[in-house]
Design a protein around this ligand. Structure first.
Ligand code: 3HC
Length: 284
């Protein structure tokens, strides 16, 4: 199996920045691509901040931290990813945007490079079909916040070949994660369960006329969740959650999959959670 040396990460939002952080911490040369230089710098600043916190807490050596930050090169040009052994896509959860990106990456990277999507609920098989090498496309689904959540789902699409699938699994391990192998079904493993569950929680807000604070307290203290559902949806992003719900509902047609109207209204109002400073809660 080809050893992975250079990783490209396309899209440096919360997920992409988290994935890039994992890559540089694992000693991989990493090229992060954002649409503007400012967005790239913001992501790099965020990574530098979290790594600095690790130094302050004695979890990382100061020199190692500086070397890790140095390993992240930023670009706005997709063509700069030409030398990558692996490219991980973490852009907006819209099928059209992903198809266009994979179509472009197809002629930029080497024929034996592996292309991975971090999609939450779209079909990896459909994304792979935008390329002339669907056998080299896999899903690598990380969880938010990527640097802290141990799981990565390694998703085998209809035409994925063994070598890239195992390369993705090995990369997951190298990034310090607990990878699992699964097939390309709607929502894979965790989101198939978690998205309808979170939607039920949001519906309970109105049904039981309970406040977000009390709902969060209920699930934390009555079901042992590490954070309450409203805090979690704010963290994931209302937009990401609604898009994932719509994608699952479109495929499985179960009413629980459909996004609750309350979340759709929040999305329309631009209350996207932590990323916009307001969701169920306010963030300064
Ligand atoms: N990136 C990097 N580092 C981060 C970070 C981030 N986004 N957020 C926090 N950290 C670092 C910080 O440095 C922090 O230390 P500091 O406060 O001293 O600076 C350190 O991590 C620890 O943070 P916390 O004290 O907040 O850690 P907790 O022990 O409270 O755990 C948690 C945080 C792991 C997020 C825990 O609350 C948890 O497990 N929550 C559930 C999250 C979850 O379910 N995620 C899955 C969402 S679904 C999903 O992603 C699928 C998608 O497809 C929709």
């Amino acid at each position: 199996m080809t050893e992975v040396r250079t990783v490209g990460v396309v899209g440096l939002g919360a997920m992409g920045a988290g994935i890039a952080q994992l890559c540089v911490e694992a000693g991989l040369e990493t090229i992060g691509r954002e649409v503007t230089a400012e967005l790239g710098e913001t992501a790099k600043g965020r990574i530098a901040h979290f790594l600095a916190r690790k130094v302050e807490k004695g979890q990382l050596d100061g020199q190692e931290r500086n070397a890790a930050v140095e390993r992240l090169r930023l670009t706005t040009e997709l063509s700069d990813l030409a030398g990558c052994d692996v490219v991980i896509e973490a852009i907006v959860e819209e099928l059209g945007a992903k198809l266009e990106l994979f179509g472009e990456l197809d002629w930029i990277v080497a024929p034996d490079a592996m292309l991975a999507t971090n999609t939450s609920a779209l079909s990896v098989t459909e994304i792979a079909a935008a390329t002339t090498r669907p056998e080299r496309v896999v899903g690598m689904h990380f969880f938010n916040p990527a640097p802290l959540m141990p799981l990565v789902e390694i998703v085998r699409a209809e035409l994925t070949a063994d070598e890239p699938f195992e390369r993705a699994y090995a990369l997951g391990e190298r990034l310090g994660k607990t990878p699992i192998r699964c097939h390309d079904t709607p929502g894979f493993v965790v989101n198939r369960v978690l998205i309808p569950l979170l939607n039920d929680c949001i519906r309970v807000l109105d049904e039981a006329r309970v406040s977000p604070e009390d709902l969060d307290a209920a699930l934390k203290h009555g079901a042992g969740w590490p954070m309450g559902p409203c805090t979690l949806v704010d963290l994931v992003g209302i937009d990401v959650h609604v898009h994932a719900s719509e994608a699952l509902y479109e495929k499985l047609r179960e009413p629980r999959m459909a996004p609750p109207p309350r979340l759709v209204r929040m999305l329309q109002a631009g209350k996207l959670g932590r990323k916009t400073g307001e969701g169920f809660y306010r963030y300064d």
